[in-house]
Write a protein that binds this ligand. Structure first.
Ligand SMILES: Nc1ncnc2c1ncn2[C@@H]1O[C@H](COP(=O)(O)OP(=O)(O)OP(=O)(O)O)[C@@H](O)[C@H]1O
Ligand SMILES: [Mg+2]
Length: 248
């Protein structure tokens, strides 16, 4: 049997939006415990590609393999249950809910009372939330704090803690460092490195090369819906990648 070296393989992916070709035959792979930077200018097709990989859009054509098996994703929920977690800067969490409820969203711990009513096991979730946050060295006052009160970087941290705690295999971060201070961006980069240490792969999307370059193993560059570069970091340079990103 053929040995598969990739966690994710997307082959010849096409996507049109009413006449606009957002992806024009893109091949995109992610290895095991690999950090891939997905780069490109505004409108290059980055978000569209990862929305296909997250189950939000079906591709118009092309194939997707995860852990060597061909997939036909029918929903984001299905994709999440396979271990692919997507984190958006704003939409990753419900801001009016507590950190704890966000960590356990869709995976609430419950217990059964006298064989009848099932209710949430708050204590269990409190304990586990604190564990999950400690795992990423995130010190927050209480798991009951409302997500709205956290900084952008802390929010990313909670989302990453959730991905780690539930043993995701792939974490996709779409522009996670946008609107973050330098210090907070650094923290997010450290979280991404920590994912790798735990054997978790990640895709770090940005149109800011300088945000992704320090942590990635490989860079993939999209331009106008096509892949124009795919390099191991040591095979390329900041200059070469910049040039490919800005080419008209
Ligand atoms: N839901 C949609 N409906 C119509 N057109 C869309 C839709 N989503 C994306 N597009 C178009 O597809 C192209 C690629 O968009 P996409 O959002 O993937 O770019 P991006 O690389 O993520 O850009 P940015 O850096 O600005 O986030 C653009 O021309 C965009 O207008
Ligand atoms: Mg985008």
């Amino acid at each position: 049997m053929a040995q598969n070296n990739y966690l994710v393989e997307m082959k010849d992916i096409y996507k049109w939006f009413s006449g606009v070709c957002a992806l024009n035959g893109v091949d995109f792979n992610v290895g095991y415990a690999e950090i891939v930077g997905l780069l490109g200018d505004n409108g290059a097709g980055k978000s569209t590609l990862i929305k296909i990989l997250s189950g939000y859009h079906p591709p118009d054509s092309g194939k997707i393999f995860f852990e060597g098996k061909e997939q036909h994703f029918s929903s984001p929920r299905e994709v999440r249950s396979l271990g692919i977690e997507t984190i958006y800067q704003e939409a990753a969490m419900v801001h009016k809910m507590s950190i704890m409820r966000n960590i356990f969203m869709g995976r609430e711990r419950g217990k059964v009372d006298m064989g009848f009513a099932k209710y949430l096991d708050i204590e269990q979730m409190e304990r586990e939330s604190m564990e999950a946050l400690e795992d990423v060295n995130l010190r927050l006052r209480s798991p009951h704090a409302i997500v709205d009160e956290l900084s952008g970087g802390q929010r990313q941290g909670v989302a990453i803690a959730r991905a780690m705690y539930f043993k995701s295999k792939l974490v996709i971060l779409d522009e996670p460092t946008n609107n973050l201070s330098v210090k907070e961006s650094e923290k997010v980069l450290n979280f991404i490195k920590e994912l790798k240490n735990q054997g978790i792969s990640s895709i770090f999307i940005s149109h800011n090369l300088y945000h992704v370059y320090p942590v990635v193993d490989r860079v993939v560059i999209l331009s106008h819906g096509e892949k124009v570069g795919d390099f191991q970091k040591e095979e390329t340079s900041l200059e070469e990648v910049t040039e490919l990103m800005v080419k008209p």
